[in-house]
Design a protein around this ligand. Structure first.
Ligand SMILES: C[S@@+](CC[C@H](N)C(=O)[O-])C[C@H]1O[C@@H](n2cnc3c(N)ncnc32)[C@H](O)[C@@H]1O
Length: 237
């Protein structure tokens, strides 16, 4: 797909993770954010959760790190619109070495190579403080197609919690995305392109976009709905 279409695909997503507004508020409560702290979001996308954190905690210093310019530009525009200061940095989060009191790393463990590497590497970003960590896990045994999509490193929830503890984190809070959060995530991840094909049925790219949309929905309902879970951990050290 070309840049124009790629920029459109996620426009209907609030954030790029299965998460309701109420669940997000609960997680931000558990992060015990305070003015004067530095909060860094590694693999921030367009940083909507970072912007929400800043809105409820004036005086927080906020940095979002990502390599995707489309996301970073969306975040910068939202920060300007809301009149808040966020440093959106185009940088490889795997080598980010500025210590902070608070961090988010949501759906971005792959940046570090694996869950184990992410939870280990993030101890250097948060030497003392709290980390909101979001990651996928097997909620049910995967079929071969799901294993192929999500890779051999996906853990069960008990194993993921063991890995967090082994890396030196205390689990202060854990919750998982429910079915409605998942279904809404999947639907909104397709909505930008759904709207585009409806408006441009004769465009030469429409058939490819329709195939992609149908394929993604098919994979979800056939291979990983109810099989891939997603957990949010507030980890402390
Ligand atoms: C599933 S998205 C999660 C985005 C965000 N945390 C959220 O919850 O909306 C994963 C993000 O990781 C970013 N990413 C991938 N490789 C990266 C890297 N090496 N350094 C920084 N960000 C990276 C992608 O661009 C994408 O925005």
């Amino acid at each position: 797909m070309d840049d124009e279409l790629n920029a459109l695909r996620r426009t209907r997503m609030r954030w790029n993770t299965p998460l309701s507004e109420a669940h997000a508020e609960l997680l931000l409560d558990r992060m015990a954010l305070e003015a004067g702290q530095h909060l860094v979001d590694l693999g921030c996308g367009w940083g909507e959760l970072l912007l929400r954190a800043l809105a409820r905690t004036p005086g927080l210093r906020a940095t979002g790190v990502d390599t995707d310019l489309t996301g970073l530009d969306r975040g910068r525009a939202a920060a300007r619109e809301r009149g808040v200061a966020v440093d959106f940095a185009e940088s490889d989060a795997a080598t980010w070495a500025v210590p902070a009191e608070r961090a988010f790393c949501i759906g971005a463990a792959h940046i570090f190579g694996s869950t184990e590497a992410a939870l280990e590497g993030l101890t250097r970003v948060v030497p003392s403080g709290r980390l909101l960590y979001g990651d996928g896990f097997w909620a049910a045994p995967p079929n071969a197609a799901a294993e192929e999509i999500f890779g051999p490193d996906t853990l069960t929830l008990p194993d993921l919690l063991d890995v967090a503890r082994a890396a030196g984190w205390r689990v202060l809070h854990f919750s998982t995305a429910d079915q409605l959060e998942w279904d809404d995530f999947e639907s909104t991840s397709r909505a930008g392109w759904q709207e585009w094909v409806a408006a441009h049925p004769a465009d030469p790219r429409a058939a490819e976009v329709r195939d992609w949309l149908d394929g993604r929905l098919g994979q979800y309902v056939r291979d990983y709905r109810g099989v891939l879970g997603f957990t949010y951990l507030v980890l402390g050290r």
